[in-house]
Each structure stands twice: as C-alpha cells, then as structure tokens.
Design a protein around this ligand. Structure first.
Ligand code: ADP
Length: 446
C-alpha cells in the first residue's frame, strides 16, 4: 500500500501504524473465532447451559469469513486515500459490533457477562480513529444494539436464551444496561484523554527530534565549511615554506632551516587533520561515494598491515599478522577499509612502548568476519572507552606518550565500519593493552 504523508490530527502517528493496528484487530478476531469454537462444547457438555449453540457457530463462521475478506483486503488492496483506510476500519468495527450483538443474544443477552465484549471494540475505536466523534458514535451504536436486543428479548419478540433459566426482572435489565452505558462512555473518555496526552507527548518528541537533527546538520555543515576553508591557507603555507627552503637554501642558517622544517611538519599534521575532518563530514552528511571491490581477505589484510612494518621496526615492536585456515573473498570499499586497518594498527604502534607487541588476527564466524588489532600498550581506562570514538578526544595518557594526534582517527574508523554495516568493539585495561575488534557481515548491504 502506498500512503501520502498525513497531516490529519490522528491518534496514530503514521498510516502504517493504523495498518499495523488493523492487522492486530484481525489477529484478535482469529483468536475470537478460536475462543468461540472452543467454548461451545464447554458450555454444551460441561456447563449444560441451554443456549443457541448452532446459531453461535453460524456467527463464528460469519466472523471467520468476514475476517478472511478483511485480511485479504488489508494485505492486497490498494487504498487510494487515507479516508478509504479509515472507512475500512469503520466497516470492520460495525461488523464486529453486529456480530458481537448476535453472539451475546444467543449466549444469554445481558445476563451473560461476556456482553462486555462490546466495550473492547469501543475501546479499540478510541485508539483507531482520529478525534472523539467516531469512537462516541460507535459507542452509541453499541449501546443501541445491546438495548435493542434486550428490549426484544424482554418483550418476548425474540427467543430469549437464558443462562439461569428464570425470568428477567426489569431491575436486573436496567442495572445491566446502566452499568454497560457507564462502562462504555467512561472507557471512551479515559481512552480519549490517554490518546490525547500520548499524542501531545509524541508531538513534543518529534519537534525535539527535528531540532536535534537540524543542529546536527548545522554542526556537520560548520565542520565541513571550516575544514574546506582551512585547507587552502595550509597548502599555501606549505608551498611558501617549500619555496623558502629551495630558493633560499644557501642563505638559511641551520637554526632557520630547522624552524622552517618544523613549520613544514606541523603544517603537514594540520593538513592531515583537515583532510580527516573533510572525510568524516562526508560520512556524516551521507555524501561519501563508495567504490566496492572484492579482495582476498587475508592477503589484503597482511599487505595493509605490513605497510607499517618499518615504523614497527623503528620502534622495536613485534608486529604480527595471522591468517585464516582458508582464504575468503570479500567485497567492500577497499580504500576505506584500508583506512580502518591503518588507523587501528598505527594507533596500536603509537600507544605501545618500545619492545611491545602488536598483533592483527582475522576471524570468520558463520556469516560474520572481521579482524582484531591487539597491543600490549598503555591501554585505555574504562571511563574513556566510549569517549575515544568522539571527535577530537584524546586520553591524558595518550597525550603524554604521543604529543601529536588529532583525535579524529577512531571517529572516522567507526563511521566507515558502521557504513559497511559492521561494528567496532574495544576491550582494554590501563597498562595492559587494548584490543579493537571490527566485525562485518559477509552479506553486506550496499
Ligand atoms: P589520535 O590517535 O590521533 O589521537 P584517534 O582518534 O585515532 O586519534 O584515537 C583517539 C584516542 O584513543 C587516542 O588519542 C588515544 O587516547 C586512544 N587510543 C586509540 N587507540 C589506542 C590504543 N591502541 N591504545 C591506547 N589508546 C588508544
């Protein structure tokens, strides 16, 4: 079914919600048919009531047939407007009330406490329909049906099926009917109030949600703007420094040359950071274009990790990559996933003291695969473990160990992994090392 966005003042949030409620009503009816069929032999054999059992079975069959029609209409018909959908719901309610009225009549009328089934339907109306008018109209219709059948039974115009085998007193009939009216209208009133406050609350949540989304969008926009604006002055600084170094190479004193080189290094770091900011923004704004490729997973992983071998050797850290028992072919955005591996391995190497060990282990577990990057480094305190995935966050211990760092790498890693439908987990203890696990699905949705 295709629906337009609704602007009507509805107690349900979307028409899809209405559809799911109607499905729910249809399921309730299957249950009702089953309940009737099960209770007929119980009433007949065990309780020995003299009721209209054959008529009750006919009503159950009609309910079954009506429900089948409604089931197919709901699932296969195309409603052209929301009004049609509501009309469909109203027809369902009227049918239910009529069938319940017949059922109650053949099962003992107002004498049978099951006449409160009417109230269930009326209360359902309070949830199903917009405003208060239609539920009240249905409540009046229910009251008329019960009153009508009761008058016909009381005046002897129709056969009365009695549970107690005695005559009905006027007082009994009046009490039962008045109790019914009070229950029905009080029920509608309570439901209406409940639905109204529920709807008001939902409106507030929706508005807050929109505000939140808007501020997230603005934040990403500022982030994107700032990073783009920063990029060109940094590249200008870099090219100016390069010109100074080459053109005036003979005139520069060693101190000045050292300063120029330091400025060059720092501007390179700044440019890396700006590039990472631009990447993250592309993910956050959903404008990142992916280039999916299929690779042999273990050899790809080994090759990617080994790009950092020289840094590991320089730092005297043992860098190991294991492999799976058998090679698997997987498809993903290779360049992006390389960023994930590079970031995690470079962090592991940077935050592990000399003489330590970093290992990268691929795994395959049913429909999931991935890899772990484990180190014997400084570790991360429990309180910091969520924060390190936020932009610009660096732990105090990490700052002490490595002066430079943007605090953007893990944020980008998480964006890339989640974009691939995966997740990243961390196990770590201060002073004992860290273990990052990236899990992805073999059936990745693009
Ligand atoms: P950067 O490393 O540039 O600071 P990241 O976003 O890559 O930025 O990492 C954020 C922070 O997470 C790091 O500053 C560090 O505090 C912590 N961190 C990441 N990886 C490790 C690790 N393997 N061991 C200890 N701390 C880590």
């Amino acid at each position: 079914m295709h629906f337009q966005i609704v602007t009507l003042n509805l107690p349900f949030y979307t028409v899809e919600t209405l559809k799911s409620r109607l499905e729910w009503v249809i399921n309730l009816r299957w249950l009702a048919v089953f309940g009737i069929l099960a209770s007929v032999p119980i009433g007949q054999e065990m309780l020995s009531f003299e009721l209209g059992y054959s008529q009750i079975l006919i009503v159950a069959s009609v309910l079954l047939a009506v429900n089948l029609v409604h089931f197919f209409l709901l699932h296969f018909a195309t409603f052209k407007s929301q009004l049609q959908e509501l009309l469909f719901a109203e027809v369902m309610v009227i049918m239910d009330l009529i069938l319940i009225s017949c059922l109650v009549h053949y099962a003992g009328g107002v004498e049978n406490p099951f006449y409160f089934f009417y109230i269930i339907v009326v209360i359902l109306c309070g949830f199903l329909f917009p405003g208060v008018l239609i539920p009240y109209v249905n409540a009046v219709f229910a009251a008329l049906l019960l009153t009508g059948w009761t008058l016909l039974e009381f005046t002897g115009r129709v056969t009365r099926f009695s549970l107690a085998d005695d005559t009905l007193s006027t007082a009994h009939v009046l009490t039962a009917l008045i109790a019914f009216y009070i229950m029905t209208f009080a029920g509608i009133y309570i439901i209406h109030n409940f639905v109204e406050s529920h709807r008001a609350l939902k409106k507030i949540i929706d508005r807050k949600n929109e505000q939140l989304e808007e501020s997230m969008r603005q934040r990403a926009e500022i982030f994107r703007y700032a990073s783009h604006e920063l990029k060109s002055p940094i590249t200008t600084i870099q090219s100016t420094l390069a010109v100074v170094k080459t053109t005036y190479s003979n005139d520069l004193t060693p101190e000045v040359r050292d300063m120029v080189e330091r400025a060059e290094r720092r501007s390179c770091e700044l440019l890396d950071m700006v590039n990472e900011m631009i990447e993250i923004t592309k993910y956050k704004q959903g404008i990142k274009v992916h280039d999916y490729q299929c690779v042999s997973f273990c050899s790809w992983l080994k090759q990617t990790v080994e790009a950092q071998k020289s840094y590991a050797v320089r730092k005297n850290i043992r860098l190991e990559v294991s492999a799976l028992d058998r090679e698997i072919t997987i498809c993903f955005d290779r360049t992006e996933m390389e960023k994930v591996v590079m970031n995690l391995v470079s962090n592991a190497l940077r935050y592990t003291p000399e003489g330590g060990r970093v290992s990268v282990e691929p795994f395959l577990d049913g429909a999931q695969y991935g890899f772990c990057v484990a180190d014997t480094g400084i570790g991360i305190a429990e309180a910091d473990q969520d924060k390190i995935f936020n932009e610009f966050y660096r732990t105090p211990e990490a700052k002490k160990m490595e002066r430079t760092g943007t605090g953007l790498g893990l944020n980008l890693v998480r964006e890339i992994v989640e974009k691939h439908g995966g997740r990243i987990r961390l196990n770590s203890a201060p002073g004992k090392g860290s273990r990052f696990t990236v899990t992805l699905s073999l059936q990745m949705k693009r």
